[in-house]
Write a protein that binds this ligand. Structure first.
Ligand SMILES: Cc1cc2nc3c(=O)[nH]c(=O)nc-3n(C[C@H](O)[C@H](O)[C@H](O)COP(=O)(O)OP(=O)(O)OC[C@H]3O[C@@H](n4cnc5c(N)ncnc54)[C@H](O)[C@@H]3O)c2cc1C
Length: 444
């Protein structure tokens, strides 16, 4: 990597003190979002857990979370959120060559480019290796044709993490390649899908003879399954930790969202004027949900119900178990060890926390839980009618609670992985590891 001239490395073993000192010297609410993210990204504080030679500071995960929290508490805008920082960056830092790291990572940490994940297809979700989107070599390029679905953030993405079939003559896991595809081209069409929450966060993506240059192949030809598993590992451990939204940014990275030229100070809540109870979307509520629900139950008298108190205690216990799991992983990592299956267990546990938060939240708010606001105007009306500004958070979380047990690999798939790879249970009978992909029966 060459672009490291203005970057710093840790000079103390207290990253919170160090980032706070850095913020004192560098935060300026009157510059643009692009200028701020340029400072934050090139200093290493946007992705502090990434390696020092890849725009990070090599910090442990717990310290990374503390840094994110310190930036948010300081009242500065956090790192560019989204799948670039969460998934594409760490995958490219692991499998990309030096030129690719330089080309892609800098634009991720500075928020210049937004990414989406082009994995799932109408006939390939849990059975992801059964994907049918194909990439065919044409000189120095690959020509891609196929359909992806449930593509979160596809409508604002500049680049996509694409997995496509490059060899149908070998067993399905062996003929897949991982590419970085430019979403701004005539062969790529993005169509939004509306969700239960009222938002259209994810999309269908149609690729018709879309083009990818050969040097945008990540991790080598037909090695895409291994590279995709790296992405999924980061996805599961990120989600298991609550979506990594502690310092999630209120501005959207990339060229399409058009936040980059805006004044950065307009995207932050000034110090001392925040309300508690979480933020940054439904997964941002997870850590603060039990506290918020306790307050709600105290406020409307439901706390007197012993079964409500018991369920709140169960939720608190699950959150604490999750916290201890993450500390255990940290301790193991510090000794150079790994705890197999922990990301899968963490993801399962996060799904359970969401479900329990939904159920206890709806019990506490009672019939008001049938009311939901789908935009700011409706929220104002609902807040005035119910006198409860937190009702929207409960219903938002309740509507969203169906998603985490599905995305990043369903609960059933996590259990299969734990059963087969950790507990050593027999695999499901299948011949798809030996038969060429083209001879397998196809979904959809
Ligand atoms: C909010 C959200 C965001 C998403 N974002 C993205 C994204 O950005 N990019 C992307 O590529 N994908 C994304 N997805 C897609 C997600 O990864 C898939 O929905 C998921 O992998 C499941 O695939 P499927 O929907 O095809 O269900 P299927 O695989 O058809 O599964 C249907 C049901 O069968 C069960 N099942 C399937 N196989 C087995 C088995 N072997 N053993 C036991 N049970 C099984 C499943 O658990 C599930 O209950 C997103 C999904 C959601 C909900």
């Amino acid at each position: 990597m060459t672009d490291t001239a203005d970057r710093t490395t840790l000079t103390t073993d207290d990253p919170v003190a160090e980032v706070t000192a850095w913020l004192e010297a560098n935060w300026d609410p009157d510059i643009t979002v692009a200028e701020w993210w340029e400072r934050l990204g090139t200093s290493g504080w946007a992705a502090p857990t990434w390696p020092v030679d890849a725009f990070g500071k090599g910090l442990a995960r717990e310290d990374g979370v503390r840094v994110q929290r310190a930036i948010s508490e300081f009242g500065a805008l956090g790192a560019p959120g989204g799948l670039g920082l969460l998934l594409a960056g760490p995958t490219i830092a692991t499998h990309g060559d030096d030129e690719q790291k330089q080309r892609y990572l800098r634009d991720i940490v500075t928020g210049q480019k937004a990414w989406c994940q082009l994995f799932s297809e109408p006939g390939a979700g849990s059975d992801l290796a059964g994907l049918q989107t194909r990439a065919v070599k044409d000189g120095d390029e690959w020509i891609v044709t196929g359909q992806k679905v449930w593509t979160s953030g596809g409508q604002v993405a500049d680049l996509g993490m694409l997995i496509a079939r490059t060899d149908p003559d070998v067993p399905k896991h062996q003929g897949i390649t991982y590419f970085a595809i430019d979403m701004h081209q005539p062969g790529v069409e993005v169509r939004p899908l509306r969700e239960l929450t009222g938002r259209a966060m994810f999309n269908e993506v149609f690729m018709t003879e879309a083009r990818v240059p050969a040097d945008a192949m990540i991790g080598g030809l037909n090695n895409g399954w291994a590279v995709a598993n790296t992405t999924l590992m980061f996805e599961r451990s990120g989600l298991g930790a609550g979506g990594g939204s502690e310092g999630a940014s209120a501005a959207t990275p990339g060229t399409i969202a058009a936040d980059l030229p805006k004044r950065v100070g307009d995207f932050v809540v000034p110090r001392g004027s925040r309300r508690s109870g979480g933020g940054g979307g439904p997964t941002g509520l997870i850590g603060g949900a039990s506290k918020l629900l306790v307050e709600l139950a105290k406020g409307n008298g439901k706390i007197k119900d012993a079964s409500v108190r018991q369920d709140l205690m169960k939720l608190h216990t699950l959150n604490e178990v999750g916290r201890y799991m993450s500390l255990r992983q940290k301790a193991a990592k510090a000794q150079g060890k790994d705890i197999p299956g922990l990301p899968n267990i963490a993801k399962l546990s996060m799904s359970e926390i969401m479900r329990q938060s939904r159920d206890i939240g709806l019990r506490i708010v009672g019939p008001y839980g049938t009311l939901h606001a789908y935009d700011g105007e409706q929220r104002k009306v609902l807040d005035e009618a119910t006198g409860n500004p937190f009702l929207g958070m409960v219903t938002e979380l309740s509507l969203f609670a169906q998603a985490p047990p599905i995305y990043g690999g369903t609960d059933q798939v996590q259990r299969n992985i734990i059963g087969e790879r950790i507990l050593g249970l027999p695999k499901e009978p299948a011949n798809d590891r030996t038969l060429p992909f083209k001879e397998l029966p196809k979904n959809g």
